[in-house]
Ligand binder design. Structure first.
Ligand code: ADP
Ligand code: MG
Length: 628
């Protein structure tokens, strides 16, 4: 037997490891299974090139709990180690690896954004174990070795009688880590980190039902047998070539990733590149809701089929974090902070590659079946609009497929929309005004009025639309957007309205004075317009600029779009040609005039959704009194 001291400069590395990684103890299992996998894949390689005489067979990795003995075993059938190799790889390499890791980690440790903790490797075992044993038999014709270490720099190394090839790691679980002796906990970890690792992992057994024999009676129970419980799928879809996969394979893999998700994804994007960086993966577009925050953290990041994290911030452009799926890349540095990650050249390339692939896919969907794309638009627009706002490159590409739906269910690209409006425009030098509504029901009367004048009205109802149109107005030439109930609308209506005012100048002055006395000037700025006699007598509009700023205030994150508080201010457009307005003017008593004005104002507020609470209650009561 050999006894020895491990040569480390940090005197007591283990307490340090424990302390630094207190929240991440669970990764020890991922590290040990990764090592077992590496050892198996190395053997596979050696046998395939004839450098090992060993029979590769169908190796698997087994995880076993010995609850009474307070031990956890990780057993592989990989290439194993000779005693010399244990000296070298465990006592020297693993220790120095751990030391190096700790050095890096100490600097980056203050940054909460550390992803995974790759690099700690074998020594992470000491985060949960008070003693670790390695029993290993090399594929070479040499005796097996038995290494023991209790976490101090002292170790023992002796011969072992193990005869079958491979390595068994035995963790004597520490008092404060007994959770790792629970089947449920280990099972949870295996599912989280090892679900798609390339070598089959056995954890216990399960009962399988066999088909009944032909001569079985109806009441006979079906025969069963105990089989290995393999917890992983060693060949997940993303490791295959797109040409090997059918639509159903992608859907099945989605269900494998998100077993609790019942809705099918809308479409997927297969990522597959090996130069200048290595990346594979499948991204899915799920149905989106308008809630931006609910939908993050669904993309899983893997390295060589080992799960690392489901927080891909900094790796994937933010607008794509709303997607789902898997990204696997060994080229993403993981033991660094997020801020460092975002500045990393390889990561930047990866991020723009993903953006480009997503844009290309959207474009081809649009080109191949526009009808189908239009049907999906409502479910995907939030991602596309968000991308157009946040990534300039994506904005440029999206011009080819971003859609602008109308209230009547037609879908235009920007170019189509522009040409359509341009063709109708009478004064060619004027700015083009694109009318839109945000809510078909609430703005119904305005939409109808605009349509009656022959305008095309868009339906733009996503929560970030005010940012988007602001962006379009600054990027595209000579256009502006106006919501149907905004203050532009009365200009538009007035402009091509041929009707002349029925009221004389004197009557108008009288009406103006009367309205200003009755209607609070701090809330409404009153405007008289000679409109069509069938148009509403009172119409409330909100200045486009003010409404948009308010909306941007609500949806814009942080200081980027932040503005001070805006006051509530509305325009009240009074149609001097309407019969009711004529009547108000002709009414004898002042009291009755006021009643008519207030009732009309309330109706206008009601149609804008501005009448609420006590005022609404009073309005309803008053209306009943009137008709009884
Ligand atoms: P890394 O995996 O990054 O090399 P580790 O600390 O995890 O670092 O492991 C150190 C070394 O110990 C490995 O490179 C390998 O040579 C050896 N080793 C660890 N586990 C096994 C195993 N199960 N079978 C064979 N060799 C192993
Ligand atoms: Mg390792």
């Amino acid at each position: 037997m050999t006894k020895g001291n491990i040569n480390v400069s940090v005197e007591n590395i283990f307490p340090l490891i424990k302390k630094f990684l207190y929240s991440d103890h669970e990764i020890f299992l991922r590290e040990l299974i990764s090592n077992a996998t590496d050892a198996t894949l190395k053997l596979k390689h050696l046998t395939s090139i004839g450098e090992s005489k060993s029979e590769y067979g169908n190796p698997q990795i087994e995880v076993k709990i010995d609850k009474d003995g307070k031990k956890l075993h990780i057993i592989d059938q990989g290439l194993g180690m000779t005693a010399d190799e244990v000296e070298k790889y465990i006592n020297q390499v693993a220790f120095s690896g751990a030391e190096e890791f700790l050095d890096k980690y100490k600097d980056a440790g203050k940054d909460a954004g550390i992803i995974g903790h790759f690099g700690l490797g074998f020594y992470s075992a000491f985060m949960v174990a008070e003693k670790v044993e390695i029993i290993t038999k090399s594929h070479k014709d040499e005796p097996a070795a038995h290494w023991t270490c209790d976490g101090s720099p002292e170790f023992t190394l002796e011969a072992s009688d193990k005869t079958d090839r491979g390595t068994e790691i035995i963790l004597h679980i520490a008092e404060d880590s007994t959770e790792f002796l629970e089947e449920g906990r280990i099972s949870e970890l295996l599912t989280k980190y090892n679900k798609f690792m390339p070598i089959p992992i056995k954890f216990g057994t399960k009962t399988e039902t066999l088909p009944k024999p032909e001569d079985a009676k109806e009441d006979d129970p079906a025969p069963t047998q105990e089989v290995d419980n393999i917890i992983n799928n060693p060949n997940p879809a993303w490791t295959k070539q797109p040409t090997e996969l059918e639509d159903d394979d992608y859907k099945n893999f989605y269900r494998e990733l998100y077993p609790m998700q019942f809705e099918e994804p809308l479409f997927n994007i297969h990522l597959n590149v090996d130069y200048p960086f290595n990346l594979t993966g499948i991204l899915y577009f799920p149905k989106m809701t308008n809630d931006l925050n609910m939908q993050k953290d669904r993309i899983q990041l893997y390295q060589n089929q080992v799960f690392v994290t489901d927080n891909v911030e900094g790796i994937v452009p933010e607008f794509l974090t709303m997607l789902r799926g898997v990204i696997d890349s060994p080229d993403i540095p993981l033991n660094v902070s997020r801020s460092y990650l975002q500045a990393d050249g390889a990561v930047k390339k990866i991020s723009s590659y993903i953006t480009r692939k997503v844009a290309d896919k959207l474009k081809s969907l649009f080109n191949n079946s526009r009808e189908d794309f239009e049907k999906k638009w409502d479910d995907i627009k939030i991602v596309i609009e968000y991308g157009m706002l946040s990534e300039e490159k994506f904005f440029e590409k999206a011009d080819a497929f971003a859609l602008y739906p109308t209230v009547d269910g037609k879908y235009y690209t920007y170019e189509e929309l522009y040409n359509k409006i341009k063709a109708k425009q009478t004064d060619k030098d004027d700015k083009l005004v694109i009318l839109y509504a945000a809510d078909k029901d609430a703005q119904h009367s305005y939409i109808e009025a605009a349509k009656a004048k022959g305008y095309e009205v868009l339906l733009l109802d996503s929560p970030i639309v005010s940012h988007l149109i602001q962006k379009l107005e600054t990027t595209k030439e000579n256009i502006s957007f106006a919501r149907v109930d905004g203050d532009h609308i009365d200009n538009l209506i007035k402009k091509d309205d041929t009707s002349v005012s029925k009221l004389s100048e004197e009557e108008k002055t009288k009406l103006d004075e009367l309205l200003k006395e009755v209607i609070p000037s701090e809330k409404f700025s009153v405007q008289l317009e000679a409109m069509d006699s069938n148009a509403s007598p009172f119409i409330i509009t909100q200045p486009e600029f003010m409404r948009r700023m308010k909306e941007m205030q609500q949806t814009g994150g942080g200081g980027m779009f932040g503005m001070g508080n805006m006051p509530e201010m509305y325009n009240l457009v009074v149609n001097t040609n309407s019969e009711l307005v004529g009547q108000i003017l002709g009414t004898k008593t002042r009291k009755k005039q006021e009643r008519l004005i207030n009732q009309s104002l309330d109706l206008a507020r009601l149609s804008q959704g501005l009448l609420k609470g006590e005022e609404l209650t009073n309005f309803i009561k008053r209306s009943y009194d009137m008709i009884k």
